[in-house]
Design a protein. Structure first.
Lengths: 176, 143
């Protein structure tokens, strides 16, 4: 900080000296002159950003929060009355949280039950698919049902011959 | 503190702000008990899911209980200072028993544990106890 104040002391007379020099040397025709001074860009930019973040963001938010807490205030913890089902936002203390829960958040109980429904549905599908897989595997092994792995009866004779020869080959060379 | 003379920090909220606000309630969520894992069939994933959620909630409650008991012992020790080993023995015993029981039930399960892991841990512990006696008495060799 002392550096800047020292510079200001130096820049003051330097500013005036430079303007006098530029006026005399450049021989400006107009009465106006360009003052050559050190840059104030960073300082101006800093003030601009400070102003934006405070007046645009911090002060409105803090004012809103302060006014909410003064006007409405937090809730008091109490027992749930008999036979009463509280609304979703009545489970939270701060009025701002209650507002967000009321208008923007999903219902926790609904999401829980949706998840259970999804688990039940996928388990149902999984069981059906397991049965399908088992049936297909048996059809492939036995080859006795027309749905999968069906070949017409002309090729069936050839298939039987091939199967018999493969079995004989496997008996002779079990490692193959 | 003399509350007859208004103290600036508390006078404004207590005298001006609070009477102008309406009181309204908020509640703690209360969950119904659902069947635990030992009452679920093995091919019922919905029952497993509900038992798991309940187990997570119960584990959190048990963590808080252990924390409260520990904090009571620590507060006593902080207050007594040098006399703590003599004056806070009951609180220490209660806290350590609670920690032991918590470790028996939930300890050494991983961070991704679920209710089935905890149930199997109990089963394995009971098997071990059936073969070797109470936990802490050492394993019996084959003879």
């Amino acid at each position: 900080m002392t550096v800047l104040s020292v510079l200001r002391a130096v820049a003051g007379p330097a500013r005036l000296a430079i303007t006098h020099n530029s006026q005399q040397v450049a021989k400006m025709s107009d009465h106006r002159a360009m003052n050559i001074i050190p840059s104030r860009f960073q300082w101006n930019k800093f003030k601009d950003m400070l102003h934006l973040y405070f007046v645009g963001a911090a002060i409105p938010l803090l004012a809103g929060i302060g006014i909410t807490n003064m006007m409405v205030g937090p809730a008091t913890l109490s027992e749930i009355p008999e036979g009463y089902v509280p609304r979703e936002d009545e489970y939270y203390k701060s009025p701002i949280t209650r507002f967000l829960v009321r208008n923007f958040t999903r219902n926790e109980q609904m999401e829980y039950e949706k998840k259970m429904q999804y688990i039940w549905e996928t388990e149902h599908k999984r069981q059906l698919r397991l049965i399908e897989k088992r049936v297909k595997k048996l059809m492939a092994e036995r080859g006795d049902y027309k749905a999968w792995y069906y070949t017409p009866h002309i090729a069936r004779k050839y298939q039987r011959i091939v199967r018999k020869e493969t079995e004989e080959l496997m008996e002779r060379r079990p490692a193959a | 503190m003399n509350w007859a003379r208004p103290c600036t920090v508390f006078w404004f909220p207590e005298r001006v702000v609070v009477p102008n606000r309406k009181e309204y309630p908020w509640y703690h969520r209360s969950y119904n008990r659902v069947p635990t894992i030992d009452q679920c069939y093995t091919d019922d994933p919905v029952c497993f899911f509900e038992a798991n959620e309940q187990w997570i909630r119960d584990r959190q409650v048990d963590r808080e209980i252990v924390n409260i008991l520990r904090q009571r012992w620590r507060d006593c020790a902080f207050y007594e200072g040098v006399d703590a080993p003599v004056k806070c023995v009951e609180l220490q015993k209660i806290s350590e028993d609670a920690e032991t029981n918590f470790f028996i039930k939930y300890g050494d399960l991983s961070a991704y544990a679920n209710v089935k892991d905890c149930y199997m841990k109990q089963k394995h512990r009971m098997l071990w106890e059936r073969r070797h006696g109470p936990v802490g008495t050492g394993m019996k060799t084959e003879q």
